[in-house]
Design a protein around this ligand. Sequence first.
Ligand code: NIG
Ligand code: FE
Length: 414
Amino acid sequence: MKKLIKFPSLIITVNTNGKNLKRGKELNDISPVTDHSILIEDGFIKDIIPNTSLNKIHVDEVIDIKDKIVLPGLIECHTHAAFVGSRANEFIQRLNGMSYEQILNNGGGIISTVNAVRNSSYDELISILKPKIDHFITQGITTLEIKSGYGLSYYDEIKLLQVIDFFKKNSKIDIISTFLGAHVFPLEYKNDHSGYLKLIIDELLPYIKKNNLSEFVDVYCEKSAFNIEETELILSKAQKLNYKIRLHTNQFNSIGGIQLAIKFKALSVDHLEVITENEILEISKSDTVAVLLPGVSFFSKTDYAPARKLIDNNAIVALSTDYNPGTSNIINLHLIMSLAAINMNMSPEEIISAVTINAAKALDISNITGSIETGKQADFAIFDTKDYRDIIYNIGQNLNLMTIKKGEIIYKKL
Ligand code: NIG
Ligand code: FE
């Protein structure tokens, strides 16, 4: 089956010449192409063809997008979308001066979402997650990562991963799950850390692997969550079981998470709002992606991660919503792109690289998606503008017109 994405005014290829990532200065090069169309064969990108040669090509279907621009399908690489309930009360408490860590230490925060998730059935969680995934799709997102981490018991973590697994099998986009059983210590293990570590290491990690419920393990490495020794124990077992590793670290404190992540060859370190100059250099030398989450800083009125310094030192930088009820109740990747421009001084081009190829790299899928290069999946976001900077400039608007996954139109604005 051959299809043609015909006559776009611009193709933002985010070409990497087969490197499948962008570091430092490379983020600024998104390789726009004019006067070309994209040939798709059986869901994959076959060629990018000059419009002058189109008469030689026979296709089964034409998707005419005159005056629109094509980007690689956006990749949302860090969310906690599988949650229920509202924490509006805490949001207001924080605006009135209480800190996130204070709320967590008082048994609120993540723990209050854990209570809500434990009280929800598999079916309830499915019906709550479905419209959220659909909302991401309307924004041009073609791959979405979702973490567990609000169950924090054997039964409830598996329940959450099974909910996400339902969408892996029944969604129009690729859904990737990450096991975040080590989000915080649940109340019943507050004074028995080794008991909870045992549950994760001896029971959950092997079960999840055996049942193919997740390829990824994440840990919240932070003073109020898992310390370095605890994180290392979990990562060691995860590595033995061949999980791919990611880490929430340096959100409030610099306690050695970055060094540990690099030692374990983690795919990404996420947050980095609190980071030393030396740590910036260490990440920049490594192959670990720095996933920055400006929605957290905006929502929580805290410092932004030093995107400029990371990029200027040659790091691989990605961006994501971190969509969650406590620190970034923002289900809008385009808004995150605007925040990165305004508050992190990232250029529009760097931002596009950060939500496409580098976000794909953080999920270890940048060899199959994240840029418009021959042989990759035909995953595209079609925007209703001639100037890609409009996506960032029109704050809070959705200029995405069409989302295409493996060559199929899965969303079209009415
Ligand atoms: O990425 N900080 C840890 N985890 C999430 C927040 C989760 C929550 O507050 O519910 C984050 O910010
Ligand atoms: Fe997060």
